[in-house]
Design a binder for this molecule. Structure first.
Ligand code: IDP
Ligand code: MG
Length: 149
């Protein structure tokens, strides 16, 4: 089983999309391992997006992510990282496939509703930035025996 870090960005929270987004991951069969609503401090935003520090869009990205609360989650399941990346869709919501979260709920690359880790290594790093080990809950879910072969 794999874990991935998924964050509803401030536009998604403000637009009331948290419930819809959580529902999609639940319906897919993924297991929620951690969740928190939080106004992110600057250091955590910089750490989260450190690969983009030198990009021209970074100042705008930082201001956007800090403009309101984010809903931070960790999801668990088989191939969770790749599965969730497909579910969120392409970075630019204007081009993201209909049926994906960005494809269904956004129009602007600078307001793309949701973040998800892009590899197992990024997932481990990002989970570590935002959650302590005690916040990652291990439990059995009643649907597990029928969800996987
Ligand atoms: P990803 O979120 O699909 O992994 P990345 O290329 O890693 O996309 O970019 C991280 C975030 O930076 C994007 O989700 C988006 O919020 C923002 N971003 C990326 N490219 C642009 C841009 O050209 N203009 C404005 N914001 C951008
Ligand atoms: Mg990325």
């Amino acid at each position: 089983m794999e874990r991935t870090f998924v964050m509803v960005k401030p536009d998604g929270v403000q637009r009331g999309l948290v419930g819809e987004i959580i529902s999609r991951f639940e319906a897919k069969g993924l297991k929620l391992a951690a969740a928190r609503l939080e106004l992110l401090a600057e250091e955590r935003v910089v750490e989260q997006y450190r690969e983009h520090l030198e990009k021209p869009f970074f100042p705008g990205l930082k201001a956007y992510i800090m403009s309101g609360p984010c809903f931070l989650t960790v999801w668990e399941g088989r191939d969770a990282v790749a599965v969730v990346r497909r579910m969120i869709g392409a970075t630019n919501p204007a081009e993201a496939a209909p049926g994906s979260i960005r494809g269904d709920f956004g129009l602007d690359i600078g307001r793309n509703v949701i973040h998800a880790s892009d590899s197992p290594a990024s997932a481990a790093r990002e989970i570590g930035i935002h959650f302590g080990p005690a916040e990652l809950i291990e439990y059995s879910k009643i649907d597990e025996p029928v969800l996987y072969e």
